[in-house]
Design a protein around this ligand. Structure first.
Ligand code: ATP
Length: 273
């Protein structure tokens, strides 16, 4: 089996004195799409940020391309992995095309100008993410869903063998979600290692080779989505009666007992008055 492009072992993260991750594992190989799933606040984004080198570890290890993350310099790390954040910072006045071109910066030497090849790579990334039509718009004028797709284009422009995307479909409509699913699956089929943090379990089951379930700061299961996202686990981790159905052709459904009455003490989301 190919060496993992990403290997996170027993990751521990403490924020403001509070343990947020206490034992999370995540492995992704070239050609593989790994979905990271779990309830709100479980630690998925923290795990993805730690795996991307954007969150300091209090324990455990992250290896990217077989090397310890702490030993990889920033510019080289940016050529090895692209990270599409859940909540990107949107600078005033920047055009979409220029934002995507920033994705090329890890490939430039200091003060080196963008080449024709860089511009072509940015155009390809915009085309693949379906954002060419917004190329001349300012980032601040985009809708939430349009902006998410632009963020994916920025990540693609990096041309890194490992792409991590934190909930890139959360603001997308059904058609745009399907297009994103196809794009991410296509990237994995092209040989990238893709890590997708996602809430939609039916989507995860349709596109992912494996799913890592995060619950209360730990990875509690890892394997083919159809195996790990069984009824008992959905009850145990999400506190809901639900069943995943997959026919093996990329068509999936999540049957949820929406009104079955979750005990308030069990609910992962508590709405306070
Ligand atoms: N900077 C921070 N300061 C304090 N707490 C934080 C900070 N960042 C994350 N947390 C807490 O860490 C926990 C895990 O957060 P994280 O964003 O990783 O969860 P998640 O699984 O991605 O959740 P969601 O599905 O809601 O996006 C949450 O309880 C969150 O409030």
């Amino acid at each position: 089996m190919a060496e993992p492009l990403l290997e996170v072992r027993d990751a521990r993260v403490t924020i403001a004195g509070r343990p947020i991750l206490h034992g999370a594992d995540l492995t992704a190989r070239a050609g593989e799409l790994v979905a990271v799933v779990g309830p709100n606040g479980a630690g998925k984004s923290t795990l993805a940020r730690a795996a991307a080198g954007l969150q300091r570890l209090a324990g455990g290890s992250v290896r990217v391309g077989g090397e310890d993350l702490g030993r990889i310099r920033a510019r080289r790390l940016a050529r090895l992995r692209a990270f599409v954040p859940q909540r990107p910072r949107v600078p005033e006045g920047i055009l979409v095309r220029d934002a995507v071109l920033i994705g090329r910066s890890p490939h430039l030497r200091p003060l080196e100008r963008l080449s024709r090849g860089d511009r072509a790579a940015a155009e390809r990334a915009m085309e693949r993410a379906g954002v060419l039509e917004f190329a001349e718009r300012r980032l601040t004028t985009l809708s939430g869903g349009e902006l998410q797709r632009v963020q994916v284009a920025v990540g693609l422009a990096q041309d890194a063998p490992l792409l991590m995307a934190d909930e890139p479909t959360s603001a997308l409509d059904l058609g745009a979600t399907a297009a994103m699913a196809q794009l991410l699956r296509g990237l994995a089929d092209d040989g990238l290692a893709v890590v997708l943090v996602v809430h939609d379990l039916a989507l995860a089951a349709a596109v992912a080779d494996s799913a890592v379930v995060i619950s209360r700061g730990r990875s509690v299961a890892c394997g083919p989505p159809g195996d790990v996202l069984h009824r008992e686990r959905l009850r145990e981790v999400w506190h809901v009666g639900a069943e995943l159905e997959a026919d093996g052709t990329g068509r999936t459904a999540l049957h949820v007992e929406w009104l079955a009455g979750v005990q308030p003490s069990e609910a992962s989301i508590v709405i306070r008055p």
